[in-house]
Ligand binder design. Structure first.
Ligand code: ADP
Ligand code: MG
Length: 238
């Protein structure tokens, strides 16, 4: 598990300020959801935490360690993408273990970790399949499995369910909640879906225009939205 601390984080692409000074504390084991309209900077902020975007200004601490200059693999994180990004020519087993084999993890250790992830995700019987032989939900599980095997302190999810149909999204939402309980890891989850945010989050961060509008539990935001934007987005009557 790992805590996070963001102080005055900023990101510009050329002359365009996209993240304009974000302060945020995330506790060990917390499930934090970033919500906000398309283009508000959710993915950019997540990618800065992941180390996939440079930080223009401010400080990022993960597990108490200043991470601004650290490569993604040096951070205690694993990211799950919307697009899954699976290797089509590799089996489920190989896809899940690929990152570990790059890190020269011994084969026996890799085997234990892949089988443990497959057990958690109920995919033990699918380890020999290729991605093309899997359903959308199963592919998404492989992408999550690839993160689990790395045993990160922090999981980063960028709209992981948005390519799935509505019924499957509900199932996967329950599975993610269960995964969080089982692993106890810190999770940061980006979505533009209010229902996902309200059902999964310990803490919701409402973003708009590159700034945090409000941080609070789903109930706090619902009962006491600080402005019309938050009220409208969370769906509270105000
Ligand atoms: P969200 O995930 O909330 O939809 P993004 O973080 O993807 O929003 O994007 C926020 C803003 O930053 C958008 O206006 C987007 O066009 C811009 N942006 C994102 N990545 C880049 C980039 N690599 N270069 C220039 N602008 C970018
Ligand atoms: Mg995005």
């Amino acid at each position: 598990m790992a805590s996070l601390s963001l102080t005055g984080l900023k990101k510009s692409f050329g002359a365009v300020d996209v993240i304009k000074g974000v302060d945020l504390e995330v506790k060990d084991g917390e499930f934090v959801v970033f919500v906000g309209p398309s283009g508000c900077g959710k993915s950019t902020l997540l990618r800065m935490i992941a180390g996939l975007e440079d930080i223009s200004d401010g400080k990022l601490f993960i597990g108490g360690r200043l991470c601004n200059e650290l490569q993604p693999r040096e951070r205690e994180i694993a990211m799950v993408f919307q697009s899954y990004a699976l290797y089509p020519h590799m089996s489920v087993y190989e896809n899940m273990g690929f990152g570990l084999s790059l890190n020269k993890t011994p084969k026996a250790e890799l085997d234990v970790r892949v089988r443990e992830a497959a057990r958690i995700l109920k995919m033990e019987h699918l380890l020999d399949r290729k991605p093309s032989q899997l359903s959308g939900g199963q592919r998404q599980r492989v992408a999550i499995g690839r993160a689990i095997v790395r045993k990160p302190g922090v999981f980063l999810f960028d709209e992981p369910l948005s390519n799935l149909d509505a019924a499957l999204r509900v199932d996967m939402r329950m599975e993610l909640a269960k995964l969080h309980r089982e692993l106890g890891a810190t999770m940061i989850y980006v979505t533009h879906d209010q229902i996902e945010a309200m059902t999964l989050a310990d803490k919701i961060v409402v973003l708009d225009g590159g700034l945090v509008q409000q941080v609070g539990s789903p109930m706090e935001l619902y009962k006491n939205p600080v402005n019309k934007f938050v009220a409208g987005f969370i769906g509270a009557p105000k």
